[in-house]
Design a protein around this ligand. Structure first.
Ligand SMILES: Cc1ncc(COP(=O)(O)O)c(C=O)c1O
Length: 435
């Protein structure tokens, strides 16, 4: 008999289309630790997919939420103004990458933020096409451009044809699996050359493109990091052609990469940026932050929604930002990232199955392969490592086109001792699977 009746109930009452990673029911958490309904403790290297960046049950965030809950839950920003929305908009405009003045739209989820970024790009440029990347992820919470621009078919798009038109895909600079069989940096960015000299002649000419949407670090794609000069060169090309750059920081933002925004590694200012996930540490909230001269051209009444920018979520987001800057969490992410990277590289020395170690800040991942030469994905072994780790008290996430990447998403507030304990479990699990 199951010791977890909620899993049985879930199988009975929750739609099958919502898949479950770990068959456990969590009751409570504290910082980087989670406890299931039987009291078993787990180290959380998932953070609810990169969301609870300040840890579970953070007391300062609880206080901020309670204070706002007692004052005001909802009035709707299209009906009346309220301070937390405006204060958060101002804060986001000021901390967004680049020196241009910004304006902000608040929504509830990453998918919604992506939809709205694309609506803005279309409305303001009057152009039709959106260029996106293979192996990207921009959301499955809606049936619009978040899904249409997502560069992986299974499972996200199964059975949903026809998707929205006007989307073109180009290869992501995934250097470990370069489609052009080149080595970075000797390649001289062949993949970008392809875009400039081939794609825009054969598929869609630049004057018809409203925007490119890119993740600086592909999240669901397996923590693939775009070479930083790729992003710089891409932006130059887009500017020459009056095409907007939409930077999707839903997963890579909020300090995870060692800087507040991932694109800051490239010294590039996006025209529009979308953020969600860690913005309110788990309360539903997302934002579209755009250059003022773009955002001011949007048509009044064509954007909004009943819930976007909930006052409690906004109050918590303001506290998240205060803590993030006060405690220098992006710098801490950089430091912890170096610790993780060193441990993962040591594991790579010992275990042939680790084909690649990559990432920025705490966003580090290992790609598992059956053979380092052929790079055949070790998909089944990846599941086995994750299952073993869970049995031993560590929760991990899978990712990647071939589901053979283990990505680490610890909170930025994780104690170093707990981080090492988690990495020890990861190593033990790897050792047991390959032996
Ligand atoms: C890069 C990126 N964009 C968009 C989304 C969609 O966000 P949400 O799940 O909040 O709709 C995600 C979610 O994982 C993401 O990683």
């Amino acid at each position: 008999m199951s010791t977890d009746p909620y899993i049985e109930a879930r199988n009975k009452y929750v739609m099958k289309g919502v898949a479950l990673y770990h068959p456990i029911t969590i009751e409570r958490g504290k910082n980087a630790l989670l406890y299931d309904i039987n009291g078993k403790e787990y180290i959380d290297f998932t953070s609810g997919i990169g969301v609870t960046t300040l840890g579970h049950a953070n007391s300062e965030l609880i206080e901020a939420a309670i204070t706002q809950l007692k004052k005001l839950w909802h009035v709707c920003i299209m009906v009346m103004n309220y301070a937390p929305y405006v204060e958060l908009a101002e804060k986001l405009a000021k901390i967004a990458p680049g020196s241009s003045e910004k304006q902000v739209l608040l929504q509830n989820s990453g998918s919604e933020a992506v939809e709205n970024a694309i609506k803005i790009a279309r409305q303001v440029t009057g152009r039709y096409y959106i260029v996106t990347y293979e192996n990207s992820f921009h959301g499955r919470g809606t049936y619009g451009y978040a899904l249409a621009t997502t560069g992986k078919w299974k499972p996200y798009k199964v059975g949903f044809d026809p998707l929205l038109p006007g989307v073109e895909f180009i290869p992501y600079p995934y250097c470990y699996r370069c489609l052009f069989k080149q080595e970075y940096p000797q390649c001289g960015l062949t993949c970008l050359d392809y875009v400039k000299k081939w794609f825009t002649y054969t598929r869609v000419t630049p004057e018809r493109i409203a925007a490119f949407i890119i993740e600086i670090v592909q999240g669901e794609g397996g923590f693939v990091v775009a070479p930083l000069d790729y992003v710089k060169e891409l932006k130059k090309f887009l500017e020459e052609n009056n095409i907007l750059l939409i930077d999707d920081e839903v997963q890579a933002g909020w300090g995870r990469t060692g800087k507040l925004w991932a694109i800051e590694h490239c010294n590039v200012e996006p025209d529009i940026m979308v953020t969600a996930k860690a913005i309110a540490n788990g309360l539903p909230l997302s934002a579209v932050i755009g250059k003022r001269d773009i955002m001011e051209k949007t048509y009044p009444g064509s954007f909004g929604g009943t819930y976007g920018g909930n006052p409690v979520s906004c109050a918590v987001a303001l506290k998240v930002i205060e803590i993030m800057l006060r405690d220098k969490l992006p710098e801490r992410a950089e430091r912890l990232g170096q610790v993780i990277r060193k441990r993962l590289n040591e594991m790579r020395e010992k275990y042939e199955i680790i084909g690649d170690v990559r990432g920025l800040g705490v966003m580090q991942a290992i790609e598992l392969v059956k053979n380092r030469k052929t790079k055949e994905p070790a998909t089944e072994e990846t599941i086995k490592v994750i299952d073993k780790a869970r049995e031993k008290g560590l929760l991990l996430l899978r990712a990647g086109l071939f589901l053979n990447v283990i990505r680490l998403h610890p909170p930025l507030t994780i104690e170093e001792e707990v981080l090492h304990r988690g990495l020890d479990i990861l190593e033990e699990s790897l050792r047991e699977v390959v032996r």
